[in-house]
Design a protein around this ligand. Structure first.
Ligand SMILES: [Zn+2]
Length: 624
């Protein structure tokens, strides 16, 4: 973004290129097009909570769903330069700005003295959408309207302090305030940010000592609620809620800009603790929808997937290429994100599981407090938040591929296919990464603009133009780009790794891709209307195998424009049936401890990238 940064706010290490500067290509373009042609691009035409949203004068929900949808679709519309979607964004932005209340408040309100009528949370999502719209269009209404709202908020918080979701999600309020401060330099924004932090939940103390170290079941939640003040939205409830935790990860990088002591290690400590107590092989933590422990059949809510991606993106903005953060962001984007939806992007799950061997409506279930239909694919299984929110994931990933380092250099954090012109340079990234190891970067321009290339920690033997570079570093290519085109060839080979999981089970990985046993599946329609009907997915063959981890062969196939539909990489593995490993509470029981003793004949099994599967076994026992 253009603008000046005052010394009171530490500058971000990296800034995303202005929205729509970078254009997705190849498989990434097709993925965003699927979203545009699928549910995200049509939700406002038929789903009452968007079509008749209170935010555009309708009689339906006027809280977070309309803003969620607007935030995600704004990114997609401008990244694709799609006239149909841009018209939808304009209609919503115009309505919201034209109906801003004289005191600065946005959106519907009843005029009653209730917290609901003073709830800042959905309005912050609207500001996130408006700022994206401003980046592309320069719409002169956005900044004054945003500042009017925040000025009102500054006084309002003294009378109506942050509560409920807003108390937990103050991190997004400060993120928005930081952006507006970068744009305007308004000094009063900084004490407003401090007020939000002071009224918000203490994610710093939480990171120092994670209070939830096992599955938070419903009985525990109820008991904790009764021990407290009887308010369902107490801190125990809010801070064990997965989406809030994912958004809470943003606390350290957004507050670091106000107080630049070592917040980075606090974030890494929280990520480690979540891995240790709730970690899943895809890089997620379990939450269905409260933190749910290490069992690979516990679910993770789709809102958590996309908010986790968003928070890690903010951490990269503040601190630059911190390898564990960049790696985690890729793992979520290349595994958990595509797995959360049907191949045509019309249906999604409320929760996904690492060992997801059946997706069905079941009263006997494993979740902390999600409903019987939480893992079926549909328009709004369990609850409609993910329906409205999930499509922000791909645009947030896309806007964090390449960033401006502020010192004249450009930094690549991930290598999906894309192209952009920025700062006198034209860059084209041609690759099918992460499904192939080669990345070709073609540069046209004049003069020296350094390119900082992230070399992932898993890529031992990586080369840039044939010369070996160290894994887990940022390699700078410094060249005069005059008289081009010039080509930079990056090679990121990845070994197949067997990673140990709890109970001594293993997960197979290659680079940022996690692999799962592809379970043969049948989709059965159980309700709703096409194209957004609801489906159960049942296995049509066994899934309960133990594998021989020393006998794995990689098969490469042509990478199509839809690599998450037709798996381009496959691992051929030998495995034996484990007859005693069966369903328990409607999901795969915990993997039996390895090594498993089983006598069946070895069979040929195929593992494919997690994001290519609907039914899968990712955390798998092994046998000799
Ligand atoms: Zn959700």
């Amino acid at each position: 973004m253009p603008g000046t940064t005052l010394p009171q706010l530490t500058p971000s290490a990296l800034r995303p290129l202005p929205l729509a500067t970078l254009r997705p290509r190849g498989w990434l373009l097709e993925r965003l097009r699927l979203q545009a042609d699928g549910m995200a691009g049509h939700l406002d035409e038929f789903w009452p909570d968007i079509a008749r949203s209170g935010w555009i004068g309708g009689d339906a929900e006027g809280w977070e769903r309309g803003p969620y949808w607007l935030d995600g679709i704004t990114g997609i519309a401008y990244l694709l330069d799609d006239e149909r979607l841009k018209a939808k964004v304009r209609r919503w932005v115009d309505h919201i700005l034209d109906h801003q209340h004289p005191d600065g408040w946005f959106g519907p309100r009843s005029g009653e003295a209730t917290y609901a009528d003073h709830d800042v949370w959905p309005r912050i999502i609207v500001l996130k959408a408006l700022l994206q719209h401003f980046e592309v269009t320069g719409d002169e209404r956005v900044i004054p309207a945003s500042l009017r709202f925040l000025w009102l908020l500054n006084g309002l918080l003294d009378e109506w302090p942050l509560q409920e979701w807003a108390r937990s999600r103050w991190t997004d309020i400060v993120w928005v305030i930081n952006q507006l401060h970068d744009l305007t330099g308004e000094k009063w924004l900084l004490p407003l940010a401090a007020k939000c932090k002071a009224q918000g939940f203490d994610w710093f103390g939480y990171a120092a000592d994670l209070p939830f170290r096992g599955k938070v079941d419903e009985a525990t939640l109820l008991a904790m609620r009764d021990q407290h003040d009887g308010n369902w939205m107490n801190d125990v409830y809010l801070s064990s809620h997965g989406v809030n935790v994912a958004m809470g990860l943003k606390a350290m990088p957004v507050w670091w800009r106000h107080d630049a002591h070592d917040q980075q290690s606090a974030l890494l400590q929280l990520i480690d603790a979540l891995d240790q107590h709730h970690g899943q092989p895809s890089g997620l933590f379990s939450c269905d929808e409260h933190l749910a422990g290490l069992h690979p059949s516990q679910g993770t809510e789709t809102c958590t997937v996309v908010e986790h991606i968003a928070s890690l993106g903010v951490a990269l903005e503040s601190w630059g290429c911190v390898e564990p953060v960049a790696d985690r962001l890729e793992r979520l984007a290349f595994n958990a994100l595509p797995a959360s939806t049907s191949p045509d992007e019309w249906a999604h799950q409320y929760v996904q599981q690492a060992n997801q061997v059946i997706c069905h409506v079941t009263e006997d279930r494993v979740y902390t407090n999600n409903g019987p239909d939480a893992n079926v694919f549909g328009l709004e299984p369990h609850f409609g938040c993910c329906t409205a929110n999930r499509h922000q994931g791909w645009p947030r990933f896309t806007t964090h591929l390449w960033m401006d380092s502020g010192d004249g250099a450009l930094t690549a954090l991930s290598y999906a296919p894309c192209s952009f012109s920025y700062d006198g340079l034209s860059v084209d990234v041609s690759t099918a990464y992460p499904f192939e190891d080669d990345v070709t970067i073609t540069v046209r321009g004049s003069g020296v603009v350094p390119l900082n290339l992230r070399i992932p920690a898993w890529s031992a033997g990586a080369t840039v133009d044939g010369e070996t570079v160290a894994a887990g570093t940022v390699h700078q290519v410094r060249r005069d780009w005059s008289g081009g085109p010039h080509v930079v060839r990056l090679r990121l080979p990845a070994p197949i790794k067997s990673v140990s999981r709890p109970a001594n089970a293993i997960t197979l990985e290659r680079g940022p891709l996690v692999f799962s046993l592809a379970v043969p599946e049948q989709w059965t329609k159980i309700g709703g209307e096409e194209p957004h009907a609801t489906y159960e997915v049942h296995p049509t063959g066994p899934w309960n195998y133990a594998i021989a981890p020393d006998d794995i062969r990689l098969d490469r196939q042509t990478v199509t424009e839809h690599p998450f539909t037709k798996a381009p990489l496959r691992l051929q593995v030998k495995g034996r049936l484990v007859p005693d490993w069966a369903l328990e509470h409607g999901a795969a029981a915990a993997p039996p401890p390895s090594p498993v003793t089983t006598t069946g004949a070895f069979e040929d099994l195929t593992f494919v990238p997690y994001g290519c599967t609907s039914l899968r076994v990712t955390e798998v026992p092994w046998t000799r």
